[in-house]
Design a binder for this molecule. Structure first.
Ligand code: DOR
Length: 450
């Protein structure tokens, strides 16, 4: 493999390229950072770097549309450098980062601060969400157009941080301000408040973690998703349901049949873990909002990846320190780190026969592009950015804690047998990861949106 530091010309030859219709043995030529030609048997032009991808799969770089990298204010848990290193190691070449930092990202100055922090430090391409609040609801339409902003995020239920839009009147103001798809954490906050109050009254010194999915129950998710879909229909504003956790919400989306007005995300946590086993095995490390639930929800989500309505996969990478996660329930914070392990888990699903490589392309590249209007990415064709990941489908073994680059060690998938690992990542023609380890300077840039 050759590739000089500032050369954005690269020929990736002999690999099996993932296209929307399957795998194809061919060469990918990248010139000046853009895909120039896809055809077998190409020779490298003068001065062009080369990678022999024989025996490997060649995927476009994956996009993770939901990560929490905690900067500013939560750098003990993660920052943009460590989070983006984990992303690149795992084959994610772009991410959209959530606004529940400290301070929260609720105005253009806070967005500008994040872009300044990411420049020269993020190893993957980046975009940032604006958080909605009762105070900024009417200005979001003006601000959502800030270049590199991935849109507006609403917390209908409170989770990590203090962002919250809990009533319909404020939510309707948010939906009437602007035109881009609004992305939503859908849990009904009034019900959550009641249920946490009852829990702490009954268990003043801490409760069993297995109660997590009872407190944040199916009705909590359904109530707010019903309210959201009603308001989306009323205002004609497209919405995105993040990290759907229940079979009932999938049925709701199908029954309401609002077409492209509603898109849906699933996380690997809800696709690969089940309750109560995850709480027995991993305790609060498996605690996230909305909760991981019983196997029937996991099975419904797996089916919905293939048959709809799931549009994309986001990791909801949500790191917390080991000390914080060691607190008892409900005092421990919710969230599971996952940006580095999404692709390896999805490859394992292909090995296990419930997903196809084309589904990974649809859910982790085309899906985020469709949901958020991301430009210049997609299945590799001439003119697209030369961002790709090589995968060795034959690498098998347990997930090793010492490979993981997140500052949070609390990954419940450690030890799980995985099949298929990312081996090389390329950003605009430059090798940015080899053998699962990020290399060279941080080359991430802001994403652009249609
Ligand atoms: O479990 C979660 N953790 N769910 C969220 O919605 C937020 C996240 C976090 O930021 O920790």
């Amino acid at each position: 493999m050759t590739n000089t530091p500032d050369n954005q010309d690269l020929l990736v030859h002999g690999g099996q390229l993932l296209t929307p219709t399957g795998l194809e043995t061919t060469d990918v030529l990248i010139i000046d950072g853009l895909v120039s030609k896809i055809a077998p048997g190409q020779s490298p032009p003068e001065g062009c770097g080369t990678i022999d991808a024989s025996g490997q799969l060649v995927f476009p770089g994956l996009i993770d549309p939901q990560v929490h990298f905690r900067e500013p204010g939560g750098e003990k848990k993660e920052d943009l450098a460590s989070g983006s290193a984990a992303a690149i190691a795992g084959g994610i070449t772009a991410f959209c980062e959530m606004p529940n930092t400290n301070p929260a990202t609720t105005n253009p100055a806070a967005l500008a601060d994040k872009f300044a922090r990411a420049k020269g430090r993020s190893r993957a391409d980046y975009a940032f969400f604006l958080g909605a609040s009762p105070e900024n609801a009417d200005q979001l339409g003006e601000w959502e157009g800030v270049p590199g902003c991935s849109g507006v995020k609403v917390f209908m239920g409170s989770s990590t941080g203090n962002l919250l839009v809990e009533d319909d009147a404020t939510l309707e103001r948010v939906l009437r301000s602007g035109t881009r798809r609004v992305t939503v954490h859908s849990e009904d906050n009034p019900r959550l408040s009641e249920r946490y109050a009852a829990l702490t009254q009954k268990h003043p010194t801490g409760a069993a973690i297995a109660l997590h999915s009872d407190v944040r129950d199916i009705e909590t998710a359904m109530r707010s998703s019903r309210r959201l879909l009603t308001l989306a229909e009323k205002t004609h504003r497209p919405v995105h349901l993040l990290h759907v956790s229940t079979e009932e919400e999938l049925d709701l989306v199908r029954e309401r049949d609002l077409g492209d007005l509603v898109t849906v995300e699933a996380t690997p946590n809800h696709l690969f873990l089940t309750a109560p086993e995850c709480y027995m095995e991993h305790g609060t490390w498996a605690q996230m909002n909305p909760p991981v639930r019983e196997a029937r929800h996991r099975d419904a989500l797996r089916l919905a990846l293939v048959e709809g309505p799931v549009t994309c996969i986001g990791s909801d990478h949500a790191p917390h320190t080991a000390e914080e996660k060691a607190r008892s329930f409900p005092g421990a914070p919710s969230g599971i780190p996952g940006v580095q392990t999404t692709l390896a888990l999805l490859l394992t699903a292909v090995r296990d026969g419930w997903l196809r490589y084309e589904d990974i392309l649809r859910l982790s590249v085309q899906g985020p592009i469709k949901v958020y209007g991301i430009e210049r990415r997609g299945p590799l064709t001439a003119g697209i950015e030369g961002n790709l990941v090589l995968i060795n489908p034959d690498l098998e073994g347990p997930l090793r804690a010492d490979w993981l680059l997140s500052r949070s060690p609390c990954n419940p998938f450690i030890g799980r047998e995985l099949a298929g690992m990312p081996t090389v990542a390329v950003l605009r023609g430059q090798v940015v990861m080899r053998g699962g380890i990020p290399v060279g300077p941080a080359r991430g840039k802001p994403l652009s949106f249609a």
